[in-house]
Design a protein around this ligand. Sequence first.
Ligand code: NAD
Length: 517
Amino acid sequence: MTLTAEPSTPESSLSKSAADEAALSKSSLSKSSLTESALLDSVPGLLYIGGEWVASESKATLTVSEPATGEVLKHIADASPTDGLRALDAAAASADEWAATAPRMRGEYLRSAFDLLQQRKDQFALLMTLEMGKPLSEAAGEVAYGSEFLRWFSEEAVRISGRYGQNPEGTGQIVVSQRPVGPSYLITPWNFPLAMATRKIAPALAAGCTVVVKPAELTPLTTLFVAKLFEEVGLPAGVLNVITTSRASDVSAPIIADPRLRKLSFTGSTSVGKVLIKQAASNVLRTSMELGGNAPFIVFGDADLDKAVEGALAAKFRNIGQACTAANRFIVHSSVAAEFGHRLTDRVNGFVIGRGTETGVTIGPLINDRAVDKADDLVQDAIARGANLLTGGHRSLRAGSFYEPTVITNVQPESTILREEIFGPVLSIVEFDNEDEAVAMANDTEYGLVSYVFTENLARGQRMIEKLDTGMMGLNVGVISNAAAPFGGVKQSGLGREGGAEGIHEYLSTKYTLIPN
Ligand code: NAD
């Protein structure tokens, strides 16, 4: 790393990048001439290690395809285990200098990256729609949410504090300070390609940790585009490294086993999270685990049904149902279940399926055919056990990995759909008759990420805060993610929190010093 006493400031780098922006806008990337191929050409297809864009030492490449069409978007470098360790070398080599960089300066790099991301928000949105499939309007929403982590943690970088006090015996002073944990390995999933990356990168950098990021092999382009932002704002070499690979396990295991690594932050499935927790144990790593969910969405008889329907549509169909926070089980009071189901069905029948880039599309493809098969298996199992199909219930006739948005009601307790993450546009309704029953049903899962509750009775809403075993709750609202709030789950939904004032502490360790009188 080449951090000098006077590092290139984010401001000066930003003016350089502003010049780059101007050049780009004259050529390929201006809003008016934003074409898919020009955008894809502008995404580096290489590994970002030690401030350089490099091919894999094995020269291997991996192919990124568009889920809506199956067409190849780009061939990019496919990292080997050796490449992974080279990335860790770079992160380890720059760790001390980055930890010693002034918090204000760390914050300024993040703020500059935020500003540059705003200038490129259309490019980021289109890139996510291409590689992941979500409709453009939703991709724009993710840009707003995902970029906010850069701004939020640019502000948190300067608020790292400790405490100072007398020990009880009066014989000395207790000083408590915070130190960066050290080199961190960040593994992200495919469903929110920008937000899952910035939700980890921003607090890590703010805390003074250098990082190696490994995005999901299905959607690696957005993270490479993020690395380019940081390069352009002048982030010192080695602070942020990105490896893309089709060999997630082979590449990750040696990094996790390396004693130079001090932190593992993972977002993905609970099954992979458990494997990684075991691997992390051998090196006693700090871990953050953002894992799967099985969110209950409870509609009480006293709910405002208009609000509940709007909340349900957002909580279920956003991201084509492929969110850890997606409502998985609609637990609805028997007095309103029929009306709730019919109102939802009317709205769902108005959805437009298609490629996310097409105007008016509200439901894009699932990430691949396996996801379509899984959603369909869950629906057929529920129907075979007695559920009623209100709409959908089959693969779309369109070519590509599309599934018809589906509503099923009267779902029976033993149905697999109540136990597993659906991760698709399928809304399943079960009925209850009293509050205790609703709570028991909601908590009857090994997951505990988020719950949604719709009631106009404030006292009941407050009781639910106490009774529902989840790390997060939406009270009369279907989308709760916010960079300023601590995101995370209990039980098998994970360990730790991302975002909010809590997020930076995942990358800090507490140091206690005793100073005798
Ligand atoms: P996944 O577990 O299959 O993969 C996640 C990441 O882990 C990818 O980068 C993948 O390449 C990598 N990976 C897979 N096996 C690995 C191994 N053995 N060693 C190291 N890395 C490995 O999950 P996914 O299908 O990409 O994402 C969907 C899952 O993520 C769902 O379960 C969803 O609930 C969860 N998720 C959770 C949150 C949250 O904040 N709690 C957010 C988004 C997604």
